[in-house]
Design a protein around this ligand. Structure first.
Ligand SMILES: Cc1cc2nc3c(=O)[nH]c(=O)nc-3n(C[C@H](O)[C@H](O)[C@H](O)COP(=O)(O)OP(=O)(O)OC[C@H]3O[C@@H](n4cnc5c(N)ncnc54)[C@H](O)[C@@H]3O)c2cc1C
Length: 420
């Protein structure tokens, strides 16, 4: 059976890989000249099993109100005329209800735990190198009141089988000595030793190369223009693409998997499919490390500023912020300035800020941060998309799960996979 995977970011490339391993003939289509050139290009680098809580939680509406009007707000709503943005916003508020937030957290925790195992197993088997570090993630609290909630968070994680221990400021320094410059303001931390970090772009590229050598067909620079239905109407008969030469062609397969990030909903809307995915923009900088002792090796999450930081070889990646602002990918200087200021004040002398690369990407987010994995309403159209804030963390598990579903088996994860 020939499966065509639409989109070659983290979701698409891992999906293609696990499908090929399961015995399917696979082809991959993307508008870019190579894998992971859009949202999977420069994310925070964290495999953050210890952060399954979605943005949509009971405290979020109050926090968003407090941040209104602030240009450096970690989560910012820039209203547009797009009804999809408003609908997504209303659904987001519904997902903030305590019972829903807890249900979503539990589901993501289960998938993330399984995904971490799949990633480790795949890496060991293929010998993949992508600046990975298995040093855990340290969540930092600069506010006493936030730190006081850390023990409760550790207990919740433990109930999901995820290890995390509360640390004093001095214990945080023992785990990551480069935190010295922020010792005075640090209230404490929560350390998840089993978490990891690594360069998602390098990982995706390495896997795409393996895919090609093992026989998959990769269609680069092919813009997908639309999906065609067949005479039966409940099936996809092909996809219309613009080739690198500018011709319009129809590519056909037996089944299709949608992994187009934030752009998927637009393409399937023409078929009457409504996917609750909306772009949530984020920013990162990647700077060369100039003083290795001052730059952290342990991946960090600043819980007070919603900024994450990962060491990628001799580079430091710092990422954060969330803007609900449509499909705009402009890199706004004031957002970058906030991230640079964070890096330079927290790790003075560690990086060469003048040579930092600036980037913005669109997280394909569902209101409750629950990805859509499984069969759509069309018999031969499958989905593996909508991973929002955790697309790197959940990539291998989601793709392995989709391959299981396409083989007619139920994946061993307590997660609400889509039913036909
Ligand atoms: C600032 C930031 C920090 C983040 N940090 C982390 C983190 O630390 N840990 C974590 O787990 N996750 C993180 N994420 C989330 C993660 O990066 C995303 O969830 C993930 O990259 C989404 O992958 P994807 O494959 O679904 O989408 P994409 O990577 O966007 O892939 C979609 C692909 O579809 C292609 N495409 C789209 N439309 C078309 C078309 N019409 N024709 C042909 N091709 C098309 C695109 O070219 C692209 O290659 C972060 C995201 C951001 C923005």
């Amino acid at each position: 059976m020939h499966v065509m995977v639409l989109g070659a970011g983290l979701s698409g490339v891992t999906t293609a890989w696990y499908l090929q391993e399961a015995g399917f003939r696979v082809s991959l289509v993307d508008r870019q000249p190579e894998a992971a050139r859009e949202t999977s290009f420069a994310n925070g680098g964290q495999i953050s099993v210890s952060h399954p809580e979605p943005w949509a939680n009971p405290g979020a509406p109050w926090q968003i109100l407090r941040w209104l009007g602030r240009d450096d707000a970690p989560l910012k709503f820039r209203p547009t005329r797009d009804p999809a943005q408003w609908l997504w916003g209303v659904r987001f508020l519904l997902e903030c209800l305590p019972a829903r937030a807890h249900r979503n957290t539990r589901a993501v925790a289960a998938l993330a735990t399984w995904s971490g195992r799949q990633l480790r197993e795949l890496r060991a088997r293929l010998g993949l190198e992508y600046d990975q570090l298995e040093r855990g993630i340290l969540h930092l609290f600069h506010s006493r009141s936030e730190f006081l909630r850390a023990p409760e968070r550790a207990r919740t994680l433990a109930s999901f089988g995820i290890q995390a221990r509360v640390c004093s400021a001095d214990e945080c320094l023992a785990i990551e000595p480069a935190l010295g410059a922020q010792r005075a303001t640090l209230a404490g931390g929560l350390y998840a030793p089993d978490d990891e970090s690594g360069d998602a772009f390098r990982f995706t590229q390495a896997l795409a190369t393996r895919l090609a050598t093992q026989g998959a067909t990769l269609h680069w620079k092919h813009e997908i223009l639309g999906l065609r239905t067949g005479s039966a109407d409940d099936e996809i008969a092909g996809i219309d693409v613009r080739t690198p030469g500018g011709e319009i062609e129809t590519l056909r397969a037996d089944a299709y998997v949608l992994c187009l990030g934030s752009y998927g909903p637009r393409l399937v809307a023409a078929l009457g499919e409504r996917l609750p995915i909306y772009p949530v923009k984020g920013y990162s900088i990647t700077a060369p490390v100039v003083d290795a002792a001052r730059a952290p090796m342990v991946s960090l999450t600043d819980e007070s500023r919603r900024i994450v930081c990962s060491r990628l070889g001799n580079r430091l990646r710092i990422a954060g912020t969330a803007e609900l602002n449509g499909f705009d990918t402009e890199v706004r200087p004031e957002r970058i300035a906030g991230i640079l200021e964070w890096a330079q004040s927290r790790f003075p002398g560690a990086i060469d800020a003048a040579r930092a690369e600036h980037w913005a990407g669109l997280r394909p987010a569902t209101p409750g941060n629950i990805p859509l994995i499984g069969r759509s309403r069309r018999a031969n159209l499958w989905l593996n998309t909508g991973h929002g804030t955790l697309g790197w963390t959940l990539s291998c598990g989601s793709a392995a799960a989709l391959a299981e579903l396409m083989c007619g088996r139920r994946p061993p994860v307590a997660f609400p996979f889509l039913a036909a």
